[in-house]
Design a protein around this ligand. Sequence first.
Ligand SMILES: Nc1ncnc2c1ncn2[C@@H]1O[C@H](COP(=O)(O)OP(=O)(O)OP(=O)(O)O)[C@@H](O)[C@H]1O
Ligand SMILES: [Mg+2]
Length: 335
Amino acid sequence: MIKKLHENRLIFVTGKGGVGKSTVTAALGQALANQGRRTLILETDTYSAMEDLFNFRSSGLKPVKLGPNLWASNLLAEDCFIATLRRFVPSERVARAIINNRVARVFFKAAPSVNEVTILDQVRVFFEETEGGRPRFDHVIVDLPASGHAVTFLNVPATMSGMMRGLGPIAKMAMQVSDIIKDERTTAVVAVCLPEEMPVNETIELSENLRTIIGRPLTLAMVNMVHRPPLDASQRQVFERLRHELSPSDEREANTLFDGSSTHANPIVRLIEGNAMALGWHDRDQKYLRILHERMREPVVEIPVFFEANGTEIVDHIASFLIHGDNDAEQNLAS
Ligand SMILES: Nc1ncnc2c1ncn2[C@@H]1O[C@H](COP(=O)(O)OP(=O)(O)OP(=O)(O)O)[C@@H](O)[C@H]1O
Ligand SMILES: [Mg+2]
């Protein structure tokens, strides 16, 4: 699956809070790095999930090396602001004078969209950076902020440049960033969601808004934490027969039997309950996946739920899944 993204040197990952956006971002980075591609993961001035997942401490804007082919940096708004300013003000002395001026600081902090545009400009700097005549990073992956809408965030440079009528160096810089975001050949926008009603609807909406507001498509949707089927189709037929035969005649007991709340003593019945529950989760996930497939033209990638307790192990599993596909599920069903 990961090959789909090989052409995309810049990858924005978006999604609502708690859907596993940072985990998937980390796994994408790990998967690309494992394939020998030099990859930089960027966070946008948040509590850093990457620091916990890869066990390191950020160091300003300087990317920290996490392992072979993999780096990360958390783009703090203040650092990005200073870096952008330094690109516009020729002398370091003048830049420092502006940065240290209390009134100027308050003004820039209060001005709308300054943070977004300077963070995105820093993303551009890493994206365009070269080393020995070739790009320093093959891929730059951005874990976009969970709050607000990705479309609003990604549209800030275009809006800012428009407000300034494209005139002046800041408008030019904003336009440059906006052009990179719009370029669907190099830049991917990946939406992470869960197979549930609200997140699926929001992803469909995001796909439409990206087209109408930014003028580019969503590259793909990644549906995270999808439950694998505990049984294949023929096993399921046998199971459904068994389940039917064992169904109790007592209505109250029948109601609780397959929702996990029954205290039935028979271990076979309990086993059937467990499987019925897992099938129910799988069926529900498939329903929302079908809606996504029907209502969106973009490719949809399913990422299974992994039951490891540790976030780093989950990242490794997802990275391996992105490269090799669902070996675990195939093995489970074959055995
Ligand atoms: N495929 C998966 N299988 C099992 N657990 C997962 C999977 N993906 C993510 N998780 C778990 O879900 C939790 C939330 O993940 P994560 O922090 O990546 O979400 P997020 O969308 O970045 O959240 P936030 O809004 O806090 O930034 C973590 O405990 C993570 O380990
Ligand atoms: Mg996160």
